[in-house]
Design a binder for this molecule. Structure first.
Ligand SMILES: [Ca+2]
Length: 182
């Protein structure tokens, strides 16, 4: 009798906690619509396939760069992260060539914003040098921690979009990469 009462109370308590958590999530989403949500309309990178030169740990998968979430706290699992080394890169395969006019990049927010300085946006159809010899479109400067920067340019045709970070002892982290075409 006592144990079944305890189970019943535990059940009620757990349910109540779950309801409260659901309420909090709804409240949060109502107050901050689109806070971390990437641009979902016309973003060619959504649902595409991403790879990178290496992966730092289980939180830093290449696919996190195109998961539709700009969440910039690395520890929440929506950013990419290569292991340290020379010339790290990340690449998204759009499956066919598009006339790309815009790339939007969200930088890591919880630390290390300066690591992305000097990274190159490269677009093209070649996989030579892992795609890092495709046309250089832009060089990324400083993006503030957790900031999202839009790079607009005259159309460049390509199936692959690379973010290539030349240099020694580099880590490449991207919290979201959005790609748009004409
Ligand atoms: Ca993300």
């Amino acid at each position: 009798m006592h144990s079944s009462l305890l189970i019943w109370f535990t059940h009620i308590y757990t349910e109540e906690r779950q309801v409260r958590m659901a309420d909090l999530v709804i409240l949060f989403l109502t107050l901050f619509p689109g806070l971390c949500i990437a641009d979902l309309s016309g973003n060619l990178a959504l649902g595409a396939a991403a790879v990178q030169s290496s992966t730092y740990d289980y939180l830093g998968a290449a696919q996190n760069g195109i998961d539709g979430n700009r969440q910039s706290n690395y520890f929440l699992g929506s950013c990419t992260h290569t292991a340290g080394g020379s010339n790290p890169w990340w690449r998204v395969d759009l499956k066919k060539a598009h006339k790309i006019t815009r790339v939007r990049i969200t930088n890591r927010g919880d630390c290390c914003a300066e690591r992305l300085i000097g990274a190159q946006i490269r677009i093209g159809n070649s996989l030579a040098y892992n795609g890092n010899s495709n046309q250089l479109v832009r060089i990324i400067g400083y993006i503030q921690p957790g900031g999202t920067q839009t790079f607009d340019f005259t159309p460049v045709k390509g199936r692959y979009v690379n973010i290539f970070l030349p240099g020694l002892n580099k880590y490449l982290t991207l919290c979201e990469v959005e790609v748009f075409a004409d």
